[in-house]
Write a protein that binds this ligand. Structure first.
Ligand SMILES: Cc1cc2nc3c(=O)[nH]c(=O)nc-3n(C[C@H](O)[C@H](O)[C@H](O)COP(=O)(O)OP(=O)(O)OC[C@H]3O[C@@H](n4cnc5c(N)ncnc54)[C@H](O)[C@@H]3O)c2cc1C
Length: 416
């Protein structure tokens, strides 16, 4: 009997949840061969990246080795880059080898986009990968170390100015945690340099008229008031028109002197070369039916940040969120099972679970089923929810330990 070869491309929220769901049905089934390609050997829990960048969590605790997750069901796991998809021959080309497929699941996620802002790509730090988070932490700490020896006040202030561009959830959470790192942790580690610490400045620049544009006005105002009370300089309705190695230029004509511009202002879908380009949305996402199959190939599913999947009359796509990718992964796997059982594929049923944003220690805000809330309890709830979302119990315990230790002592500022 001919084996069915399923290839999953991308081991993030979408890909891993497809694999988990397929494992439930096909574990031990020798008629189905599942392969996965990912450019790292681990799954990355992106929602806690900002805590790695600010010393709150040990980097190893927000990743999970893919072979450990479900190696039992992976006929092949290729740690490498996907270079091309050949729909004619039904093959995925990678840096190591080609993988033939009968069914393909594409889940390569997104990449940072700079909207053509001059100098941004060249000079800005970003926060998409574990390497980005580690580079940012290194930069935060090393700028303070260097500033101690800088006699020129203007240069020192530029060294100590951290400018976050983008007031969505990532920018807001990063700003809040950076404030904790600088003004709680560093004050205790640098008792002889309190003057230097007091010169640190965090700016958060948001093009729109409010922070957290997709959340309710109540939450937006809460985030603004919490961050400004923490001393973060929040600039709303302010666009960035250029970035150089020591400045960020604003559309108001103002020039912010900073050696650390951080770009968290937008993401766009990852791209891959095809023999025949699929149909794309205006934002470059691959258009899929509500069943998550592409418009041109019934045996190709696209999920997560790469997919433009709409289940409403007005055509609005599902948002680029981990919870969407997770549910799309499960839905794609169920449809694969339907195809293999000779049944009709079904549209995804998606109900949004809500949004939660951390605003630093003991403070978070969120919305569930249209109701907004914020405060200490929300913060506790935020932490509990994210703990439950980590894959293994070992990492859940380790993150819980990191958080508990940080409540009792300053964060770890060693950088690698
Ligand atoms: C800092 C940050 C915080 C976030 N916080 C939240 C949050 O709190 N809540 C929420 O819902 N969402 C959050 N998101 C969004 C969430 O991470 C994404 O929506 C989700 O990861 C999308 O899942 P995906 O499977 O499409 O892509 P990903 O999870 O990004 O997985 C894509 C995988 O493909 C791999 N890959 C990429 N290109 C290649 C290639 N050419 N070859 C091989 N492998 C490749 C990547 O390494 C990755 O493992 C956050 C994102 C970031 C960056």
């Amino acid at each position: 009997m001919k084996k069915t070869r399923i290839v999953i491309v991308g081991g993030g929220f979408g890909g891993i949840n497809t694999l988990k769901e397929l494992h439930k049905t096909y574990h031990g089934d020798t008629n189905v061969e599942i392969s996965l390609v990912n450019n790292t050997n681990y799954f990355l829990f992106t929602p806690l990246l900002h805590e790695v960048a600010t010393g709150g969590i040990n980097p190893g605790n927000i990743v999970e080795p893919i072979r450990k997750v479900l190696g039992c069901c992976l006929k092949q796991f290729v740690v490498g880059e996907v270079t091309r998809i050949d729909t004619e021959k039904q093959e995925v080309h990678t840096t190591h080898r080609s993988l033939p497929y009968d069914i393909l699941v594409l889940a390569l996620g997104s990449k940072t986009v700079f909207y053509g802002c001059p100098g941004a790509e060249e000079h800005c730090y970003t926060l998409k990968s574990l390497d980005d988070a580690l580079a940012l932490k290194r930069r935060f700490i090393s700028q303070v170390e260097c500033a101690i020896h800088e006699k020129d006040e203007a240069k020192r202030k530029a060294m100590l100015h951290f400018c976050i561009i983008g007031g969505g959830p990532t920018g807001v959470e990063l700003a809040a945690e950076a404030q904790e790192l600088f003004f709680k942790t560093l004050t205790s580690y640098y008792p002889y340099h309190k003057d230097i610490i007091s010169e640190i400045r965090i700016s958060l620049i948001q093009k729109g008229s409010a922070l957290l544009p997709v959340l309710s006005e109540k939450i937006q105002q809460k985030a603004f008031s919490v961050l400004t009370k923490k001393g973060i300089d929040v600039k709303l309705s302010t666009g960035v028109v250029g970035v150089t190695k020591d400045s960020v230029e604003l559309d108001s004509g103002e020039k912010l002197l900073t050696q650390t511009p951080i770009w968290v202002a937008g993401v766009g879908p990852q791209t891959v070369a095809w023999d025949k380009e699929p149909e794309l949305s205006t934002r470059g996402k691959i258009l899929v039916h509500p069943t998550l199959q592409t418009k041109s190939h019934k045996n190709i599913f696209v999920i997560g940040d790469m997919a433009h999947c709409s289940i409403t009359q007005d055509g609005t796509p599902l948002p680029a969120l981990a919870q969407v990718a997770h549910k799309e992964g499960i839905a794609a796997a169920k449809n694969i099972h339907r195809i293999l059982s000779g049944k009709k594929t079904e549209p995804i049923r998606y109900v949004h679970s809500g949004n939660l944003v951390s605003l630093g220690s003991w403070m978070a805000a969120g919305e569930i089923k249209g109701r907004s809330f914020s405060g200490h309890l929300t913060w506790w709830f935020w932490r509990t929810v994210y703990l439950t979302k980590l894959i293994s119990w070992q990492k859940k315990v380790k993150v819980a330990i990191d958080w508990t230790v940080n409540l009792l002592s300053p964060r770890d500022i060693s950088h690698f």
